[in-house]
Design a binder for this molecule. Structure first.
Ligand code: PLP
Length: 400
């Protein structure tokens, strides 16, 4: 039995205002359980970890619980490392630098980078050029922008050391067949590690990290109904080879090697409390994330069908609402109206969407989209309602 939308929405205090939050790919709203847990932690346990008195023991425990929760959330294996940090951008930079050092990356090495990536999963690998490596760009379909396996295969070889792509692009909303990509990489590029940006995918579907076979994955909790914090999950055999820049007297292994300075324990409390929301509303964490596709399907079908009915509108990304092909992150451009004008129109109607290059700057350049205006992006998640999409369509229809 699907969970009634009202039950879901009642758990998110911000939704009571009536404002339509349709910029969730930028950052999602948080359920009451997360807000309360963070407040409770700051009232009862807001001290430094490891000091040996009850408040400190609780702070120590919540950090450990957050790691365990995230490991379960993404289906990590027992020996995999779960690293926390301020942002996915920071964690990916640290990962790329550390793998670069561990492998002694130089002139004989290549890194394959998807041009559909958010810049946080481009720049850190592109900087390997300074070490002498060659960047091989995995370009997407010239019309939709979506990367294809056929486009990847010719780029792979003995010299490939990393393949960096996104489960879902935060601009295109596509869903990549990660397990299949990993199998192809293993077959054609036996020396390569596969690093997946799951930031734009994690709010929409359940992740099975160990099962998909990738070597590392990142996601940002603030887009998955949690606080501003991010997680990097690294396969045990890769994690064992990596070092960081932490103080010399701390263990130089993951997760600690990448966790420089104090972490946000209140964010850990919030992340753990996401589990309470999932259990209370959906009967469990896996059950919750397995429900999201069905919640989003009517929203994305309605919006994509509408946009496709407009002759001056080009959907950027898969031109389908099919939940097997895309999530409810939908971008488009208009033949004559600036994206900024379209986004402003929605704002006037009490609807949050946005325009811009979405930090997928190179993708916009590749698709001939002006980076100073970019696309209009509408991003729904499981708590959005068909009425909100109708309101959006009504507000935009006069200018589309
Ligand atoms: C696909 C994708 N990857 C990475 C990031 C960067 O995440 P963070 O803000 O945690 O650095 C974003 C942020 O929008 C994103 O959408």
């Amino acid at each position: 039995m699907p969970v009634p939308l009202d039950t879901i929405r009642d758990a998110f205090p911000a939704l009571e205002s009536g404002f339509a939050f349709l910029e969730n790919a930028g950052g999602s709203q948080v359920p009451r359980s997360v807000i309360e847990a963070m407040g409770r932690f700051m009232t009862e346990s807001y001290v430094q970890t490891g000091a040996g008195y009850p408040h400190s023991d609780r702070a120590t425990a919540i950090q450990q619980q957050a790691r365990l929760f995230v490991g379960t959330l993404v289906g990590a294996g027992d020996s995999d490392a779960v690293v926390m940090g301020q942002s996915s951008t920071l964690l990916l930079n640290r990962l790329a630098a550390s793998i670069g050092d561990a492998l002694g990356i130089g002139a004989d090495d290549e890194v394959v980078v998807s041009t559909a990536n958010h810049e946080s999963h481009v720049g850190p690998w592109a900087r390997w050029e300074k070490r002498g490596a060659t960047i091989r760009w995995w370009r997407g379909d010239p019309v939709t922008g979506v990367p294809t396996l056929a486009g990847l295969l010719p780029l792979l070889g003995e010299a490939t050391r990393v393949v960096a792509f996104s489960w879902t692009s935060n601009l295109l909303g596509d869903i990549q067949p990660v397990a299949e990509i990993v199998r192809s990489v293993r077959a054609k590029a036996p020396n390569a590690r596969v690093i997946v940006d799951a930031v734009a995918y994690a709010p929409h579907r359940r992740i099975a990290f160990a099962e998909c076979g990738a070597d590392a994955l990142v996601f940002s909790a603030y887009k998955v109904y949690g606080p501003h914090q991010a997680y990097l999950v690294v396969r045990g055999d890769l994690a064992a080879t990596l070092q960081g820049e932490n103080h010399f007297f701390l263990p130089d292994r993951l997760p600690y090697a990448f966790e420089l300075g104090c972490q946000s324990y209140e964010a850990c409390a919030g992340v753990v409390a996401l589990g309470e929301y999932c259990s209370a509303t959906f009967g469990g964490v896996a059950e919750a994330f397995d429900s999201f596709a069905a919640c989003e399907e009517p929203l994305q079908r309605m919006l994509v069908d509408y946009l496709r009915s407009k002759s001056d509108v080009r959907v950027v990304g898969p031109a389908t609402g099919d939940p097997a092909t895309r999530v409810a992150t939908i971008s488009f451009v208009h033949a004559s109206r600036p994206s900024a004008e379209i986004a402003a129109r929605a704002h006037q109607a009490g609807i949050g969407i946005r325009n811009g290059h979405m930090y997928a700057y190179r993708l916009c350049e590749e698709l001939g989209i002006r980076t100073d205006d970019g696309v209009v992006r509408v991003s729904a998640v499981h708590y959005n309602s068909p009425e909100e999409i109708e309101r959006l369509i009504e507000s935009l229809d006069p200018i589309l």
